[in-house]
Design a protein around this ligand. Structure first.
Ligand code: ADP
Ligand code: MG
Length: 604
């Protein structure tokens, strides 16, 4: 006697619903996507109790006639594809024909729809798979679908719903993704009869972001982002790249869209991470809005029921184009952190980053400094910041070292540059429109790092013989590590010779690292080579070594510098490739503009 039965259609739908309908937010997503596919320019979403009680989506799209309305809730019914060839280039958000059937099998649904050329709306009701026949209804053209008491006949599923607040967060996230991808869509979100969002239909991307993410737009939101665009090999890329200063602790603020569809993709995430390498501390994630446009035939969306993952036929191309576009833009942009003097403290607390706390401390200290050493000047002079703002002699001017610039092409006003070192750690330097504060260690680290990298690319580091070879002890395993990395060590300009049992002597050491302790450096190098995970590629390893070398050879905090050393540092900064971040991604420089100071001193 056979055990196998064929499940009835309602059971099939309920099971299928498990794939697409996970929670109220999935319903919101599916219904909104249907509205967009129907050509809607306006969508209103209204929910109650986090969508657990009611989800209602109204659009002004093409609508359905009575026949289609009845059919739309049957399983595997769609107007978007017909034959298997259509699967090769899907341009709509939906195509699987299962969302409405799934939703109708797990909730009480009422749909009202009217096509443009009809004077009459039609209505249909489905209660957990039990469908009434279509009846005349009243309504404007377009479609309204109401979904009540989701999972009410499925206690096991209902139990997994979270609090209304949590479900609401998921709903808002779905709406946010759709809002970002469709700038010309007018969108309203109402929760428990309270309006949460009302986005007009003609916003540019920056306006949309500012409305959806008020926390990202502290100060002028425009300044927090850099725009990058490229169009090559059939791939169009538009990216709004968050500056390092607004980075986050998770990748949640990376929005990737492919032809208007929000996707998650590990190749693309990797490309973004690589593009920011060295510009961010390793545990931080950049805020990125990335819009990719490419032929529908070049990828497959039919890999995941919620279509959040796609399969690129040429993922290497996608990776390299995105990496190239973002990296090039970031390296070509001045990323000096802008001091945020005028923001009120409680707004700043939205960022927990220690960098901002430090910014604030320095800002306060500088405000204090300039209060005490206020220049003797008239309001009128101050109003023209390009005319030597600190020109008049004043108390404290003696501390400010003056020197002739070694780089005339750096935009220094009136051929003079002024700077001072404070706390033997920071350098304050005047610029055309304000001043900058430099972390001397971080900047020097970056300069040495770049120099090391340039030399390594050309061949090997130049070295000099040590007057007295320095010896150190090592274990057998460490000896083996040195042996198996002999080539790399030679490239680094380090010459090692055995010096008795379990002892090595350093005979030559790289010139660029003259300030580092040879033994200390080699010991750390061995540690690094020991720790190195087998999979790490050679380039990454070299990078880590150069980072470490730069850190050891750089001027330290707390080290008094002579005027000519400071001058050299400032001159090197001008020619560095990315002087605004240290190799670990921390800022080297914070910019203060005269207008910020004027605001702070209530001069404007
Ligand atoms: P899919 O979107 O994958 O085609 P759905 O189950 O989501 O499958 O929808 C079934 C069909 O119902 C769609 O193909 C479309 O023709 C129609 N439809 C659904 N929602 C709407 C809407 N808001 N406006 C017009 N037609 C709709
Ligand atoms: Mg659909």
């Amino acid at each position: 006697m056979g055990q196998i039965v064929i499940l009835d259609q309602n059971m099939v739908n309920m099971i299928a619903a498990g794939e697409v309908v996970e929670r109220p937010a999935s319903v919101v997503k599916e219904l909104m996507e249907n509205s967009i596919d129907a050509g809607a320019t306006k969508i209103t979403v209204s929910v109650e109790d986090g969508g657990r009680k009611l989800i209602s989506v109204t659009d002004n799209g093409c609508g359905m006639d009575g026949e289609d309305l009845a059919r739309a809730f049957e399983p595997h019914t769609t107007s978007k594809i017909k034959t298997s060839t259509d699967l090769r280039g899907i341009s709509t958000l939906g195509f699987r024909g299962e969302a409405l059937a799934s939703i109708g099998s797990v909730a009480q649904v009422r749909a009202v729809s009217r096509t443009r050329d009809s004077t009459q709306a039609n209505c249909i009701e489905i209660d957990c798979g039990n469908k009434n026949s279509v009846s005349p209804g009243s309504g404007d053209y377009g479609t309204t679908i109401q979904v009540r008491d989701i999972f009410y006949k499925l206690p096991a599923r209902r139990k997994f719903l979270r609090t209304a607040n949590t479900e609401m967060t998921h709903i808002t996230e779905q709406l946010t993704r759709i809002a970002l991808a469709n700038g010309n869509l007018a969108l309203t979100l109402i929760a428990n009869e309270r309006e949460i969002y009302r986005l007009s239909g003609n916003q540019d991307l920056r306006q949309r972001i500012a409305e959806l993410f008020p926390m990202l737009s502290v100060g002028a939101s425009e300044n927090n982002f850099i725009e990058a665009e490229s169009s090559e090999k059939g791939l169009h890329i538009l990216a709004l790249l968050g500056k390092p200063g607004i980075s986050r602790t998770s990748g949640k603020f990376q929005y990737i869209f492919l032809n208007g569809r929000f996707i998650r993709d590990k190749f693309i995430s990797h490309a973004i991470k690589e593009a920011y390498r060295g510009l961010l501390e390793p545990n931080r994630f950049p805020v990125v809005f990335l819009f990719i446009q490419m032929p529908y035939e070049d990828y497959d969306v039919n890999v995941h029921p919620t279509k959040i993952e796609v399969r690129f036929y040429n993922s290497n191309l996608v990776h390299s184009q995105i990496l190239g576009c973002i990296r090039e833009k970031l390296l070509g942009t001045n990323l000096e952190a802008q001091a945020n003097l005028s923001a009120v403290p409680h707004q700043k607390s939205t960022f927990s980053g220690s960098a901002l706390v430090r910014d604030q401390k320095i800002a306060d200290a500088m405000a204090e400094f300039f209060k005490k050493h206020r220049p003797v000047q008239t309001q009128q002079q101050f109003g023209r910041p390009l005319e030597k703002p600190f020109a008049a002699p004043h108390p404290g001017a003696g501390q400010i070292a003056e020197s002739r610039p070694s780089h005339p092409a750096t935009g220094i006003s009136l051929g003079q540059r002024r700077f001072l070192q404070i706390h033997d750690s920071f350098i304050v330097a005047q610029t055309d429109d304000g001043f900058i504060i430099i972390d001397q260690h971080a900047l020097h680290e970056r300069i040495i790092y770049e120099a090391l990298r340039r030399r390594m690319q050309k061949g090997k580091l130049e070295s000099q013989r040590l007057l007295i070879p320095e010896s150190f002890e090592l274990t057998e395993a460490q000896g083996e590590i040195l042996e198996s990395n002999a080539e790399l060590i030679e490239k680094l300009g380090i010459e090692l010779v055995p010096f008795g049992p379990k002892t090595m002597a350093i005979q030559a050491f790289p010139t660029l690292l003259a300030k580092a302790e040879p033994c200390d450096f080699v010991q750390d190098l061995i540690d690094l080579l020991e720790r190195r995970d087998a999979g790490a590629d050679a380039e990454r390893l070299t990078d880590e070594i150069l980072n470490m070398a730069a850190c050891k050879a750089a001027i330290k905090a707390g080290q008094k510098l002579t005027d000519s050393e400071i001058e050299q540092l400032l001159a090197d900064k001008e020619i560095a490739e990315s002087p605004s971040r240290c190799p670990h991604g921390r800022p080297t420089t914070i910019k203060f503009s005269i207008s910020d100071l004027e605001k702070q001193f209530k001069r404007t």
